[in-house]
Design a protein around this ligand. Structure first.
Ligand code: PLP
Length: 397
């Protein structure tokens, strides 16, 4: 039987599969420290939980408009105004089943076969696959360590072709944690204007910034940038709501309409109860969010400080999100128990088998000489996990 060529070519999400493997090892009684998590380790704040319970009791359990309930759209509009100085109307907003569905919708709505999308390397695992599912071509733009792996004009120009249709900006970035400055975004906005490129700005980690940088949405930089940008955001990461599956996007009316039409046939509406929970997340108290950000900041500071004291390891300094990319290039080509470590996949597998520490290999993000560790886990786990990592690398010859 010949199944869909498109589906056959798709790689499964490596981050989800490694996290699942670590969880399975734990249930088998093994003492695994997991650094794979792409989600806060905190539970959803109580006021949000209660809003969902209330929604169920009030019978908000039916289909909603495909692009989301009106009250939630109003809350999203207010959020964009207050946080990003962006003005939208209801017809410019769509609520989806996670930011991931917004991204899937946007690529389906934008791309025709052969259209190219500029993707930053290292990239979040799902961008290339979602682009390919929409018949587009991901074009990987590699920057360098010196620029913290952010887009440079030189790198963008090198990858520009007559088929370039869109670009993905992801700030704060998964996996590097880097945050684009306003000046850097200005350069990208000018580049997109000059070459008529649509900007997809994934701002899902917006609230999780710990350094001095402030989050700037590229859409807020000029009228032109506003017109050509689709902003993607959601409640998953900021409000510890990954399982609720609510994301949202804002952009021009035409593209939002196309996205809504697609969504109406693929999943109808996002979960009705979760929409009411998201409404409380955006409108209710942010105390718990502030608490989480503070905790992440403490863990980040500890982790980065500790990594930098370990011989032969270094990391990209993360200013946001909850990940640290550790450079393992000093160990590639060396051996562990007589097995050669060729890439980050070998390194991660051996680390898991030997020291029971789960990390995500950089290969999942298009870079072989890094591993990604999430600090969305307790300080106790972070300390123990880094001890084990240090033990592991001392055994590499
Ligand atoms: C960069 C980035 N964008 C989007 C998403 C998807 O978020 P959601 O849970 O809202 O679908 C993730 C989740 O890992 C992410 O890291």
């Amino acid at each position: 039987m010949i199944y869909s060529r498109k589906a056959e070519q798709l790689s499964p999400s490596l981050t989800l599969s490694i996290t699942a493997k670590a969880k399975k090892m734990k249930t088998e009684g093994l003492d695994v420290i997991g650094f794979g998590a792409g989600e806060p380790d905190f539970n959803t704040p109580e006021n949000i939980q209660n809003a969902a319970i209330e929604a169920i009791k009030k019978g908000m359990t039916k289909y909603t408009p495909a692009s989301g309930i009106s009250e939630l759209k109003d809350a999203i509009i207010k959020k964009f105004k207050v946080d990003n100085d962006l003005s939208y109307t209801q017809s410019q907003i769509i609520v989806s089943t996670g930011a991931k569905q917004c991204l899937a919708n946007v690529f389906q709505a934008l791309l025709n076969p052969g259209d190219e999308v500029l993707v930053p390397v290292p990239y979040w695992v799902s961008y290339p696959e979602l682009i390919k599912l929409a018949d587009g071509v991901p074009v990987f733009v590699t920057s360098d360590k010196e620029h913290n792996y952010k887009f440079t004009l030189e790198a963008l120009n090198k990858h520009l072709t007559k088929n370039t249709k869109a670009i993905i900006i992801n700030s704060p970035n998964n996996p590097t944690g880097t945050v684009y400055t306003k000046d850097e975004l200005m350069i990208i906005a000018e580049f997109c204007k000059a070459h008529d490129i649509i900007i997809i700005s994934d701002e899902i980690y917006e609230k999780l910034i710990y350094g001095n940088e402030k989050h700037v949405s590229i859409a807020s930089l000029s009228q032109d940038a506003y017109d050509r940008t689709i902003v993607i955001n959601g409640v998953s990461k900021s409000y510890a709501m990954t399982g609720w599956r609510i994301g949202y996007a804002a952009g021009n009316e035409k593209i939002i309409k196309l996205m809504s039409n697609i969504q109406s046939h693929t999943t109808s509406n996002p979960n009705s109860i979760a929409q009411y929970a998201a409404l409380e997340a955006l409108n209710g108290s942010h105390d718990k969010v502030d608490f989480m950000i503070n905790e992440f900041k403490k863990r980040r500071n500890y982790m980065v400080g500790r990594i930098n004291t370990i011989n032969n390891l270094s990391c990209i300094n993360p200013e946001g999100a909850f990940y640290v990319m550790i450079n393992i290039s000093n160990f590639l080509g060396k051996t562990f128990n007589e097995e050669e470590i060729k890439d980050s996949l070998d390194f991660s597998r051996l680390l898991l088998e030997d020291e029971k520490v789960a990390v995500i290999p950089g290969d999942a993000f298009g870079v072989s000489d890094y591993i990604r560790l999430s600090y969305a886990t307790s300080m106790e786990n972070i300390k123990e996990g880094l001890n084990r990592l240090e033990n592991f690398i001392q055994k590499i010859k």
